[in-house]
Design a protein around this ligand. Structure first.
Ligand SMILES: [Zn+2]
Length: 177
């Protein structure tokens, strides 16, 4: 993601966590409500599509989640990914003009057709949102002090994210290469 966009994203994440008093472990369902959105299970999403997001009025949005998203980790990551589209690609709460002019946003059926740039960006948003740099580093340090080893699955459980996203995150943060 380009630097200006990245910084804007990071600022929004920090501000809105403070504003809505979001504390770890994150309750994303509640967070979405406080942003004036709703989350619904939707069995009618195409096979292979984890979630989608739409604008439903000037002030409201709806995130649909495929109930076949089986693990809590995948569900949490999918919600954060959709919030990423909301902020980065629909302009909600960050770019009023963009938000005003957007009618609907179709999330690409990722996991099926491969990734577009916007999919990568929404994933990057979700990793930053769910795995803040200092918290990941502290946790890994703690685990390593305690037992001399750090398991990907422990980090995944702690932050409620899929294992694969933990691996990408620790690379992004330069913790491993
Ligand atoms: Zn997406």
């Amino acid at each position: 993601m380009e630097e200006v966009k990245y910084k804007k994203m990071q600022k929004w994440i920090n501000n809105s966590k403070n504003k809505h008093e979001l504390k770890f472990p994150y309750d994303l369902e509640n967070f979405v409500r406080s942003l004036n959105g709703e989350i619904q299970n939707n069995e009618n999403l195409e096979a292979g599509v984890y979630g989608s997001i739409e604008k439903i009025s000037d002030k409201k949005f709806k995130i649909s989640i495929n109930p076949l998203v089986f693990s809590a980790q995948e569900r949490t990551f999918t919600i954060a990914h959709e919030i990423g589209h909301l902020i980065l690609h629909m302009g909600y709460d960050i770019d009023p003009k963009k938000w005003e002019n957007i009618d609907s946003y179709k999330d690409s059926p990722y996991y099926r057709f491969g990734y577009s740039q916007e999919e990568d960006e929404a994933d990057e948003f979700a990793r930053n949102f769910l795995m803040p740099e200092s918290e990941v580093q502290n946790f890994i340090q703690e685990m390593s002090n305690r037992s001399g080893q750090v398991l990907v699955s422990d980090v995944a459980e702690k932050f409620s994210v899929p294992n694969k996203q933990v691996l990408i995150r620790v690379k992004e943060l330069g913790i491993i290469d």
